[in-house]
Design a binder for this molecule. Structure first.
Ligand code: GDP
Ligand code: IMO
Ligand code: MG
Length: 426
């Protein structure tokens, strides 16, 4: 199968945008299968920076087909902004962007509910309505593009949704109710924005698979934010793990040729929740400054820490990751001794397991191994030119994770990359 999954193997922001953009050169089709505009995927190409939230990061490469699958939750206003951003750079997505007719639409009330719940729960969400949109999907009160043309169905679906919304907003949060007339006009605008792009993308993608096209499945967020396998409840509401690809696109289990996980040479996390290797000191600040670790969607400062083998091992297992790409080596240039967390000490006992309960994870103290740092990797594009201690860091992690690190990134630009492995789309 000439297809690869490219997924975040930490807490998001690993550099998926850069790597997907780069690998898109070898692909015909690039698909998003989960998440929404909580994602911010940065691509630096031709001296310009682009941030994708909904459109797959392959869109900058000419002629590539980009699919937004049914597993995504889509805010048409955010999509419109992204399309305008692309048009401003001379890129027309009209003939090669396709949106599933089954995707769930983020409605303004989902955003309002996200903000209200956020005040109560303090998860640190992006307040883009992601959690409520997925809750409504599973509660069977969601709205999809295929529902927009069925006037009587749409009318009763909106009534059902608003019954729920207004009960929560008024009774639980003491806020104003949402008016049906406002939602009806929003839906009109949604129809105009997404209309030209809506397709049965599952059918389309299955045809591409039959035709042996080269496909990239682009994950959003990261496996440690997965609703089942992340640090629940400090997670997103979708399935970034490779398992999410099948339900999020409507394709069979044999459609994924290879799974590539992206990690940074260290760790970051945005929002709340435990983070065992977090550095709340000058080294953490230095990494944030050098790595420009501020959210690509919300601008929030990212929490920074050392590489965590325990959590990444868990990620490799639950997602069947076969190869890793490691980004942001250059950020650790000249930082001195580099630490890697190889175990957790929890309640006095050492373990290599990633605990499922958030309070237990919160009590985990990292057990570190120290490795020699390096002076300069920034901009290096040839593996042999890397300093020997950087190579030793890569080899040590490959050994302990029992997984090849086949792609290395030494700067934000697409060109600052070393690909030393063969991929299923080659
Ligand atoms: P994504 O959500 O996984 O696509 O990652 P983000 O775009 O949110 O965050 C990654 C950030 O790191 C972006 O600003 C990228 O331009 C940048 N980046 C990616 N790879 C590298 C690298 O190897 N070195 C440096 N310095 N920056 C990188
Ligand atoms: P990309 O694709 C990093 C985090 C939020 C919050 C939690 C839940 O760019 O890697 P949500 O709004 O999804 O309900 O928030 O998930 N989060 C991300 N963190 N990168 C992302 O996306 C994220 N998308 C959501 O900060 O902690
Ligand atoms: Mg991001």
């Amino acid at each position: 199968m000439k297809s690869i999954a490219v997924i975040g193997a930490q807490w998001g922001d690993e550099g998926k945008g850069k790597i997907v953009h780069l690998l898109s050169e070898k692909a015909d089709v690039i698909c998003r299968y989960q998440g929404g505009n909580n994602a911010g995927h940065t691509v630096v190409a031709g001296g310009k920076k682009y941030v994708f939230h909904l459109i797959p990061s392959g869109m900058l490469k000419e002629k590539k087909i980009c699919i937004i699958g049914n597993g995504v939750v889509l805010n048409p206003y955010a999509l419109k902004e992204e399309i305008e951003m692309l048009r401003g750079s001379g890129i027309e997505p009209r003939s090669r962007l396709f949106i599933s007719n089954r995707v769930h639409l983020i409605m303004p009330y989902h955003i309002e509910l996200d903000k209200a719940y956020e005040e109560a729960l303090g998860i640190g969400t992006t307040k883009r309505g992601i959690g409520p949109a997925y809750s409504f999907k599973y509660a069977r009160i969601g709205i999809r593009p295929c529902d927009l043309e069925e006037k009587s169905y749409l009318d009763s679906a909106i009534t059902r949704a608003l019954d729920e919304v207004n009960t929560i907003l008024v009774k639980r949060f003491g806020r104003k109710p949402v008016k049906k007339s406002e939602i009806m006009s929003t839906v009109e605008e949604y129809r105009d924005i997404i209309g030209p792009y809506v397709e049965d993308t599952s059918k389309m993608l299955n045809r591409f698979i039959d035709e042996d096209k080269r496909i990239i499945y682009e994950g959003a967020q990261g496996v440690l934010l997965d609703v089942d396998f992340g640090s629940y409840p400090y997670v997103t509401s979708s399935s970034p793990i490779s398992g999410g690809i099948l339900t999020g696109l409507g394709i069979g289990p044999k459609s994924i040729g290879q799974t590539v996980g992206i990690v940074k040479a260290y760790s970051t996390r945005v929002g709340g929740g435990p983070f065992p290797t977090e550095l709340k000191d000058k080294t953490g600040d230095l990494i944030r400054d050098r790595g420009d670790e501020y959210g690509a969607s919300t601008g929030r400062p990212r929490r920074c820490g050392w590489f965590d083998v325990v959590s990444v091992r868990h990620v490799l297992m639950v997602s069947g990751i076969e190869k890793l790409a490691m980004t942001k080596f250059d950020v650790l240039d000249n930082i001195g001794t580099v630490k890697v967390c190889t175990g957790y000490r929890i309640d006095g006992k050492q373990t290599g397991n990633f605990p499922p309960n958030v309070d237990v994870l919160g009590r985990a103290e990292p057990v570190y191994e120290e490795l020699e740092g390096w002076d300069k990797t920034s901009g290096i594009r040839d593996y042999e030119e890397l300093p020997s201690s950087a190579k030793a860091y890569i080899r040590a992690l490959e050994k302990i994770l029992d997984t090849e690190i086949g792609i290395l990134s030494t700067g934000p630009d697409e060109k600052d990359t070393i690909i030393k492995t063969k991929l299923a789309i080659d």
